[in-house]
Design a protein around this ligand. Structure first.
Ligand code: HEC
Ligand code: HEC
Ligand code: HEC
Length: 399
């Protein structure tokens, strides 16, 4: 017993000395500046294997409590594609878009995602895109609150391996080609804006459409005919981090105030013609926003006019129309906006995830008492109105 004890002690002592020597040695190597930190030398295969092993295990553990929502909605894929082109493609490449030579000199090098996506579950992809990967260039999502946007990117990633270069181009850049082929809305407005803003608008066009009507699916809001004041104060809110969106914040943060005001004037001046069903779907494969049933619209109209007193919900028409007389330019127009977009914004207000202009608190309290059905009904109602109706007395006969 005693013999074993002495033996154990000696072993412990030996280990302590070894550990100490290694630690001191390690500090000396770091201190001497001999640690191989150059990206040019790459990783040894064993280091690469070890780092990926550690990353894979960490992601598997962290993602285990997450549950993916339904991801098959084509509007989600479209939204994710729009962001992928700005936020991911420069590092990861895309169908028909190889990685730049500069990115290829990074260590670790960002992988070509179309070859990797199948190795991960949607939940694991969600975790990686949300949190990023430390000690690599893989960034976290700009707005951690906007998990709905991160799921949109995951929905797109799942489609990525199957996309041809043409299909990717169409999803991510939209009507660019159609506009070049003579979309008057695009050429007319670009001319009006003059040279310096041309490329800026071309950027917005990818998602919001050359005509400012949001490409038909509800993934992107219509801007055409929106209040100019609301448009530019919203851009400012994104730029200053007052309104959360991992998609719009980085875009707005790069605009000067003059550019914001000019872009707002541009979109406010565009005609938001009465709802355009099939005829507006220039590209038949672009998903169309769903149409709502009339019972839901009628319930929505009721709430919009009278509110829900028992739930602390005010009426909406005084601020958002339909109404006669001038309306406050800080209150956005809702008539003719996509129902899915309106419903998403109301849910974000309800959970106070959506910030906005200095007036946003009005909406936090207005939306707090709404339940999911009422949100859907209100969204369907406002979306069903002709855009120019929003600020006139309602012509539609009541119940
Ligand atoms: C600045 C460059 C950069 C940007 C921008 C970037 N990534 Fe990455 N990403 C990386 C690097 C580097 C890795 C490798 C990390 C590693 O080896 O652990 C990576 C890894 C990944 C992985 C894990 C792939 C695998 O199998 O190891 C996914 C998924 C991913 N990125 C998705 C995205 C998405 C989606 C976006 C856009 C929202 C994005 N990345 C933006 C650099 C970038
Ligand atoms: C990658 C796609 C994408 C691009 C490019 C883009 N947007 Fe957006 N935009 C969106 C999405 C998605 C939203 C909704 C975000 C949210 O939920 O807050 C949005 C919202 C907005 C809003 C708020 C609308 C409202 O009713 O509250 C404005 C204003 C806006 N964008 C202007 C612009 C301008 C101007 C540009 C060009 C400089 C631009 N966007 C470029 C995707 C895009
Ligand atoms: C007292 C005025 C007022 C009332 C009442 C009001 N709102 Fe609003 N609403 C606003 C303002 C101001 C904003 C802009 C918030 C921001 O982004 O800063 C807004 C924004 C919105 C938006 C977002 C639009 C977009 O383009 O992103 C929706 C949707 C909306 N309101 C729906 C409603 C509904 C439904 C009701 C009734 C239950 C309602 N509002 C009641 C003032 C009001």
């Amino acid at each position: 017993m005693r013999y074993m004890f002495g033996h154990g002690k000696a072993l412990l002592l030996g280990l302590a000395i070894l550990g100490g020597t290694l630690a001191v040695g390690g500090v000396l190597v770091v201190w001497s500046g001999l640690v191989p930190i150059s990206a040019s030398s790459g990783h040894w295969p064993v280091t690469r294997w070890f780092l990926h092993f550690a990353m894979r295990n960490a992601v598997e553990t962290r993602a285990s409590g997450i549950k993916a929502p339904a991801l098959s909605d084509p509007a989600l894929v479209l939204k994710g594609a729009g962001h992928y082109a700005t936020g991911c493609m420069p590092c990861h490449g895309a169908p028909g878009k190889p990685q730049s030579l500069i990115v290829q000199q990074m260590t670790p090098k960002p992988p070509l995602l179309s070859q990797r996506v199948h190795e991960w579950t949607p939940e694991q992809l969600f975790w990686i895109v949300k949190h990023g990967v430390k000690f690599t260039a893989m960034p976290a999502w700009v707005s951690l609150q906007r998990e709905d946007e991160i799921w949109a990117v995951v929905a797109f990633l799942q489609e990525l391996p199957r996309l041809s270069p043409e299909r990717y181009e169409h999803l991510a850049y939209g009507e660019r080609d159609d506009a070049d082929a003579g979309g008057e809305a695009a050429t007319g407005s670009l001319r009006a804006l003059g040279e310096p803003l041309g490329p800026l608008v071309a950027h917005c066009t990818r998602c919001h459409g050359a005509d400012g009507r949001g490409r038909g699916s509800g993934a992107f809001p219509k801007l055409a005919g929106q209040s100019e004041t609301y448009l530019w104060t919203s851009l400012l809110a994104y730029a200053e981090g007052e309104r959360n969106s991992g998609i719009m914040q980085p875009i707005a943060a790069e605009l000067s105030e003059t550019e914001m005001r000019t872009l707002a004037a541009h979109y406010a001046g565009q005609e938001n013609a009465a709802s355009q069903p099939a005829s507006h779907q220039a590209n038949a494969d672009e998903p169309a926003a769903a149409t709502a049933d009339s019972a839901s619209i009628a319930r929505g109209r009721d709430i919009a006019r009278r509110g829900v007193p028992g739930q602390g919900v005010p009426s909406c028409v005084d601020c958002h129309g339909p109404r006669s007389g001038p309306s406050n330019p800080h209150y956005p127009r809702l008539a003719g906006q996509y129902a899915d977009y309106l419903a998403l914004q109301l849910s974000l207000f309800k959970s106070e995830t959506r910030g906005g202009t200095p007036y946003v608190r009005i909406m936090h309290s207005a939306a707090k008492g709404l339940n999911e059905t009422q949100i859907r009904d209100l969204a369907n109602y406002y979306s069903s109105l002709a855009p120019d109706l929003g600020h006139q007395p309602e012509a539609v006969p009541s119940e």
